[in-house]
Design a protein around this ligand. Structure first.
Ligand SMILES: Cc1cc2nc3c(=O)[nH]c(=O)nc-3n(C[C@H](O)[C@H](O)[C@H](O)COP(=O)(O)O)c2cc1C
Length: 165
């Protein structure tokens, strides 16, 4: 069985999650940046897993375009989906519900999220400003002082997802 885990990641967290999932899978598994995926890569895979981080409520533009371009091919193979962000509860459910195209979501056997990560020192000036604004408005980030790393990763949930693939 050949697994292809395709990720869209701005600062590396989703890439790391894709690699962790690949490590959990038995058989031939490969993680690949969505920007590098070719038609041949897709055709060679028996099962495809898509993962993207969320910025301002949406998955990465490159992943959005990829899903539209290759929708037919993705619908022809077993598929699992995940997103990577800081939200939980209803907000996470809303983000998941609009992350991928409707057809892909219906086709997928799993849709999941494992909690996001922020390495504040890596953020661009603009992203720092946005994070500061958001964390002031959101009580769950009260303890996040905007200078240290934040990790909400639920590793057990990621492993459970990988085991169901
Ligand atoms: C500027 C900015 C905006 C963000 N917007 C959202 C958001 O709308 N929803 C969410 O769940 N997480 C949001 N996040 C959190 C990221 O999705 C999270 O840090 C993720 O783990 C980043 O993964 P990456 O390094 O693979 O891009 C935001 C983070 C930053 C820095």
């Amino acid at each position: 069985m050949k697994y292809l885990i395709i990720y869209s990641s701005k600062y590396g967290a989703t890439q790391a999650y894709a690699e962790m999932i690949a490590d959990q899978l038995k058989g031939d598994s490969q993680s690949q940046n969505v920007a590098d995926v070719t038609l041949e890569n897709l055709q060679a895979a028996d099962k495809i897993i898509l993962g993207s981080s969320i910025y301002m409520g949406s998955i990465g533009k490159s992943m959005q375009k990829f899903c539209v371009k290759y929708e037919e091919l993705l619908l022809a193979k077993p598929l699992d989906l995940f997103i990577n962000g800081l939200r939980s509860g209803d907000e996470l459910a809303d983000e998941l519900a609009k992350a991928y195209t409707e057809k892909l979501r219906h086709h997928a056997s799993q849709q999941a999220a494992f909690g996001g990560k922020v390495n504040f020192s890596k953020l661009t000036f603009m992203d720092k400003k946005i994070m500061k604004m958001v964390s002031k408005q959101e009580p769950q980030f009260e303890t996040f002082d905007n200078s240290t790393n934040l990790s909400l990763l639920n590793e057990a949930e990621l492993i459970r997802f990988a085991q169901q693939i």
